[in-house]
Design a protein around this ligand. Structure first.
Ligand SMILES: [Zn+2]
Length: 267
């Protein structure tokens, strides 16, 4: 592992990446803003608050948590960046409960990958590993009814059968299938962390690529995947997912070429 942790030269740009630390920051003391962010999250969980629910006003939170206005706002901002809350500005505004979204984890992760000098090849390797694992786990889910119900819309062709002109809509549709597969894997740790790789890839492609060119092939892939996951064939599901992503990667390489030779960008 010493080699991986050593400072590495970025051959393409001649810039030196930052070496990955051994994890010594685990016991770093929390700042006041981080403490209040955790307190807000504890409140959300203990009261079972759902996405879209209003949180108490700033005045109430200041009284309740006993911190400075600056620390409270900084703490809320930390949660806002992660999408865990959103803050409506102006009169009648205030914080509301957000979502748990791997896309936000992916954005944070991309920062780490960029500074560490990780390459797109490394990202794609992790993505294929993650998605093939999730597909196998989804097919191995012992709940027959859950598998069939989750995959039915893709088999019936009602979901992503439309070629979208709008890349955003297209990407969210494509990611929706992969998100559904990940949910069937029945392990929230894998679901959140493994999906973040796909979210980084999706975000990058939405910014610089065009996967709409092979839309129909991807939809056909999803249909085949949905069938084998519905049947519960884990080995076939992993193999098909691997083929599917290989196809997506081949297109990206053809389109993006040398862009993919550099380090993962933080965009
Ligand atoms: Zn797909």
């Amino acid at each position: 592992m010493t080699e991986a942790n050593a400072t590495t030269e970025d051959a393409t740009a001649g810039h030196t990446a930052i070496s990955i630390a051994g994890g010594g920051s685990v016991l770093r003391p929390l700042k006041a803003a981080e403490v209040v962010a955790r307190a807000v999250v504890r409140t959300i969980r203990s009261e079972g608050l759902q996405t879209g629910t209003s949180l108490p006003s700033e005045a109430e939170m200041l009284r309740h948590y006993g911190v400075s206005r600056e620390s409270l706002r900084e703490g809320l901002r930390l949660l806002e960046v992660q999408g865990m809350i959103s803050i409506r500005r102006g009169p009648g505004g205030g914080p509301i409960v957000g979502t748990v979204d791997s896309a936000n984890l992916g954005r944070m992760e991309a920062l780490y990958l960029h500074l560490a000098g990780a390459t797109y090849d490394e990202l794609f390797e992790a993505w294929v590993f993650a998605e093939t694992t999730l597909a196998g786990m989804a097919a191995a889910n012992p709940d027959d009814e859950a598998r069939k119900a989750a995959m039915a819309p893709y088999i019936d062709g009602h979901v992503d059968d439309v070629v979208h002109d709008d890349l955003d809509v297209y990407m969210s549709g494509h990611e929706g299938f992969h998100g559904t597969v990940a949910a069937l894997a029945n392990n929230r740790v894998f679901q959140v962390t493994f999906r973040s790789y796909g979210q980084i890839v999706a975000h990058h492609l939405a910014m610089i690529g065009d996967v709409t060119l092979i839309h129909q092939e991807l939809v056909d892939d999803h249909l085949k995947l949905a069938r084998v996951i519905s049947k519960g064939d884990a080995g076939k599901a992993s193999a098909l997912m691997n083929q599917h992503l290989t196809r997506v990667l081949a297109l990206n390489r053809a389109q993006l070429g040398s862009l993919l030779d550099g380090d993962v960008e933080w965009i």
